[in-house]
Design a protein around this ligand. Structure first.
Ligand SMILES: [Zn+2]
Length: 268
């Protein structure tokens, strides 16, 4: 260990709570070095947040090296954190191959929350399969899943039996919904997305989740009458419904409504 004395870290307020945040490649490599030499440091961390927007190199050859180095460092760091409960991880430039390397061989027995907005779904399949105890999961947008005739690679995963809340594109998240899922935030996947995959899945989960599903946050375009009808049928016990309407071709939310619902009635 050359750069950080692990004993110094214990005086940081967030670290005292077992929370480690990493925002730069240098910090990632420094903490990986610390983790490689200090078991007490590793055992104390229960929450890890990695958000790296730029791996720091512009030349293609350097970029490839930085990508490889970041994946290796993250893999070593994650493999040294047996008490990790929550992992939020975003790399805007990590390749699919290196995302797979980052998760290669990882088994985090206490992990219940996994959140990413940037990592490719095709590189997450094995990681999710090997963590069937997740209770909260966030997946980012994945245009490739919509363009591919094969659909989302996450369809290889089984429904997550312990999953309570999920956020992600409907077509990608649908397959993962389990019998305990009570909160769904469905992202808008494209101009033709009517969330049918999500509703179809919600209607067929076993045991049924109609009485469990209480919170729905959904992004939509166009008329919402059929959408409301589908929600009413899929989740008659919903108590909070958040509708986010996009304008034609817009990528930002233009209107935002949240309803507290006591009784959901079908419209037809
Ligand atoms: Zn997907």
């Amino acid at each position: 260990m050359r750069n950080i004395n692990p004993l110094c870290l214990f005086s940081y307020p967030l670290f005292d709570q077992g929370i480690l945040t990493i925002w730069t490649p240098n910090t990632l490599h420094k903490y990986t070095s610390v983790a490689s030499h200090s078991d007490p440091f590793c055992q104390q961390i229960s929450v890890l947040e990695v958000s790296i927007k730029n791996l720091g190199n512009t030349l293609p050859r350097d970029k490839t090296k930085a990508n490889d180095k970041a994946a290796l460092a993250a893999n070593v760091l994650l493999g040294r954190l047996p008490n990790l409960v929550s992992l939020r991880i975003d790399f805007e430039e990590l390749s699919i191959t290196n995302t797979r390397r980052m998760f290669h061989g990882l088994l985090l027995p206490n992990l219940t929350g996994f959140f990413t907005n940037t990592l490719p779904h095709s590189a997450l399949t094995n990681f999710i399969i090997h963590h069937p105890q997740l209770t909260a999961l966030t997946l980012g947008p994945s245009p490739k899943c919509l363009r591919s005739s094969q659909g989302c690679p996450l369809k290889k995963c089984s429904p997550i039996q312990t999953l309570i809340e999920i956020e992600g594109p409907s077509k990608c998240a649908a397959r993962l919904i389990g019998p305990q899922t009570s909160r769904i935030a469905a992202l808008w996947s494209g101009s033709a997305d009517d969330h049918q995959d999500l509703f179809a899945r919600a209607a067929t989960v076993q045991p049924p989740i109609q009485s469990v599903l209480r919170f729905i946050d959904i992004v939509f375009t166009g008329f919402c009458e059929s959408l409301l009808n589908n929600i009413a049928q899929a989740a008659p016990s919903v108590t909070t419904l958040r509708l986010r309407e996009l304008g034609a071709g817009a990528v930002t939310v233009c209107r935002y409504h949240t309803f507290r619902i006591r009784v959901m009635l079908t419209l037809s």
